[in-house]
Design a protein around this ligand. Structure first.
Ligand code: ADP
Ligand code: MG
Length: 720
């Protein structure tokens, strides 16, 4: 239905809407409010005393009468007081935070709706502390009662986001409200249902058209919540349905390789290992073996905290593939990590008739050509590399097994590109970043999951401490003591991408300072991303062979570096690092039998000194930093850390939507909607099991909706 059918939408508005991606009434109905103005609990200021201590927020409508900032006598901190009045009474609102901003935020006489839980101040007067507010501009309209009617409306009014351009065409929040009122009244009933009666019934959902009505113009809070849940369910259901199909397609694929599991290579390696596999490792190996034996291609995620021993599991599986005459590709996210995997694999397979090659960017032309030929001719059995592996010129003779380390740094597409170099190879994706359950259900919802939930025995939990600037010398002394006891240390300095050059200079300077002034008697090495591959390898080798005592490094060592003799990890300016990054860094120690330590050097003042940041933002940043560091001290459990990280940052920032294949959700929130997600996932997976072709009459609507709106997504990334 074209937009012009709506009263008040002429060519100009239609064009502005079109520009914003709204081209039909249907799109408009899908343009949900970002929030609501709650007039369902509007009370007069004079009646507020009946609402103190009810624990419920109420809304007051009043004109700005006076506003002033005052400094606290004790702390000198600015506090803003705002007095508003309705017909007969006055109410004071107080802001302790962001007081500077609130001091001049309102116009005298401006009409405001303010919502908060009323409390008493020290003098026993009623006040609002940090109320939410809305400006009620201009003359009242139909759905915005005028002064006389303000107090008995009982409605919840939607707020719509707008842009400068939309606003110019008269479509500010209020303009939207007007055209949506019409759209909902006249067209909501034509919305086609997208879920079967059975699912609607089973999960106690509103009908879709009712949900759309209520999301725009809620009758009350309960119905609004109901509407939200229905719309979230829809969004998550179709996402999970897509994953369910991907998984089904993959499971039914029978063109994969059916491996013979008896492998003398793997057997020989196991008996040569200097340790016993943990029972978690053995369990996971069995799961992988079952997949490898089956003719359907494996599509498995291997999760395990840093240091849990994923690499050896991957290698043993790789040897089974090699014994069956297939090649193995092992892709890592960084050169350093690829080189390290390469070296440790070389070491493990030294006694075996297995050829390993390394393929990364920046190798010499001649060497590279030889490596490529070895891969093409099948002389290379295991090829370790970075994304250089998925370049066009890389051709395998018979790629049968693909290992991808640290998956979320690669996109789904890259995963597929590597897979496409073989013929239905088995794929093992490894991640050391523990992923909260809600995210893994979505990010990896189509993969089978194996978890190594146990660290090798004899590992002592790493001790973690926060230290401040004035304690630095004691920390350095501690490093000297550990080195004297035969151990090694990392000192990590931050490298922030925005200004790599400047930071690199800072890192080099810090290295010089540490070497000359702090540790003149120790042997220090410097590792950073700008070194050539050969130089990086040199530094790492020296450290591994104990020719260096202390490795000063930027975050390039974040992933995977494995040197069991290193027992101290010092992270400078730890307040600037994200939680999962801190966890990864800490995971570089605690890999041997010795007690290991992680020392977080914190400089909380950093946020106050940062330019272009308001005092409040700085305080917020600082609070979050404190929370991150304290979490590190409290726990070494990667899953707990991931949960806190998710709370502090939200999934978008955590994974980077585009990169990771994390869907952009409009209504649902992976962080807070776990329950709905679980229900929607169960419903979707049941459906695919029950009626895979969606043939039954009652599923017809699902079929229609899915083929119209989602099918292309399966095709696009058909085998996840
Ligand atoms: P991850 O890749 O999971 O972070 P690694 O595979 O790098 O962990 O293993 C960490 C260290 O533990 C390596 O030095 C590895 O050789 C060793 N390791 C692996 N499995 C065991 C085990 N079962 N017992 C003792 N050490 C192990
Ligand atoms: Mg198989």
């Amino acid at each position: 239905m074209p937009l012009q059918y709506l009263k008040g939408v002429g060519p100009k508005r239609a064009a502005a809407l079109h520009e914003a991606g709204i081209s039909a009434v249907r799109d408009l109905l899908n343009y949900y409010p970002f929030g609501y103005l709650d007039r369902s609990t509007v009370v007069r200021i004079g009646d507020l005393r009946n609402h103190v201590d009810t624990g419920k927020p109420v809304t007051v409508i009043g004109e700005v009468y006076r506003q002033e900032g005052r400094r606290s006598k004790r702390t000198r901190k600015l506090i803003t007081f705002l007095t508003v009045r309705d017909e007969n009474d006055y109410l004071t609102c107080v802001w302790f935070e962001r007081a500077e901003w609130y001091k001049d935020a309102f116009e005298p006489g401006e009409l405001l709706a303010l919502a908060a839980k009323p409390t008493y101040d020290q003098m026993g007067r009623i006040q609002f502390v940090h109320p939410e507010f809305d400006r009620l501009k201009g003359a009242p309209e139909e759905d915005e009662p005028d002064w006389g009617r303000l107090f008995n409306t009982g409605s919840i009014i939607p707020k719509y986001s707008s842009s400068a351009q939309l606003a110019k065409a008269g479509l500010d929040s209020r303009g939207f409200r007007r055209i949506l009122r019409q759209a909902v009244d006249r067209h909501a009933d034509t919305i086609a249902e997208t879920l079967s009666p059975k699912i609607v019934d089973q999960h106690d959902l509103l009908e879709l058209r009712r949900a759309v009505r209520e999301i725009h113009f809620p009758e009350d809070h309960t119905l609004l919540e109901h509407a939200r849940r229905r719309l979230k369910f829809d969004e998550l259901f179709y996402l999970q349905l897509m994953l369910a199909y991907r998984r089904k397609i993959n499971r039914e694929e029978s063109k994969g390789i059916s491996y013979e599991l008896e492998s003398s290579l793997a057997r020989t390696l196991i008996s040569a290992l200097p340790f016993e596999l943990t029972s978690a490792q053995q369990k996971v190996l069995r799961e992988i073996a079952d997949d490898m034996k089956s003719p359907r291609p494996m599509n498995r995620l291997l999760q395990g905290d840093v240091g849990s021993g994923k690499t050896i599991v991957a290698l043993l599986s790789a040897l089974v593939a090699a014994d069956n005459g297939y090649q193995v590709a092992f892709m890592a996210p960084t050169e350093i990590l690829a080189e390290q995997h390469y070296r440790s694999i070389l070491q493990f397979v030294a006694p075996l008739p297995i050829e390993v090659r390394l393929l990364v960017g920046g190798q010499r032309k001649k060497a590279r050509a030889e490596i490529l030929e070895d891969i093409r001719e099948g002389r290379a059995h295991i090829v370790v590399g970075t994304h250089a592996l998925i370049e066009e010129g890389v051709k395998f003779r018979e790629l049968g097994f693909v290992i991808i380390d640290e998956q979320h740094r690669f996109g789904v597409l890259q995963r597929n590109e590597l897979r496409a170099k073989g013929l239905h190879p088995d794929v093992l994706v490894m991640t050391a970043t523990p992923i909260p359950r809600t995210l893994s259900m979505t990010l990896y919802g189509d993969l089978d999951v194996s978890i190594i939930d146990e660290l090798p025995a004899h590992r002592k939990p790493i001790r973690t401490a926060i230290r401040l600037d004035h304690q630095k010398e004691r920390v350095y002394q501690f490093v000297r003591d550990e080195v004297a006891a035969g151990r090694q240390a990392y000192i990590v300095v931050p490298l922030i991408e925005e200004s790599e050059k400047i930071d690199l200079k800072a890192a080099t300077k810090e290295f010089d300072r540490l070497q000359k002034e702090v540790f003149p008697n120790l042997r220090l090495g410097l590792l950073h991303g700008r070194l050539s591959s050969a130089d990086k390898e040199d530094v790492m080798r020296s450290f591994k062979e104990k020719d260096l005592d202390v490795l000063v490094a930027t975050t390039v060592i974040e992933v995977g570096i494995d040197i069991p003799n290193a027992s101290v990890m010092i992270i400078e300016d730890a307040e600037r690092f994200g939680l999962s990054q801190l966890h990864q860094l800490r995971g570089r120690v605690g890999r041997g039998a010795d007690q290991s330590y992680c020392i977080l050097m914190a400089d909380y003042g950093y946020f106050q000194r940062k330019k272009g940041v308001s005092a409040d933002e700085a305080r917020e940043e600082q609070d979050k930093a404190r929370r991150r560091l304290e979490t590190m001290v409290e726990t070494t459990d990667g899953f707990k850390i991931a949960e806190v990280d998710l709370q502090l940052r939200g999934p978008g920032e955590l994974f980077g939507t585009r990169q990771s294949g994390l869907p952009e959700l409009r209504v649902a929130n992976l962080q807070t909607d776990q329950d709905v997600l679980r229900d929607a996932r169960a419903a979707a997976f049941h459906l695919v099991a029950d009626d895979p072709e969606l043939r039954s009459k009652e599923n017809a609507m699902i079929r229609t909706h899915f083929t119209q709106h989602h099918k292309d997504q399966i095709a696009l990334s058909s085998v996840g």
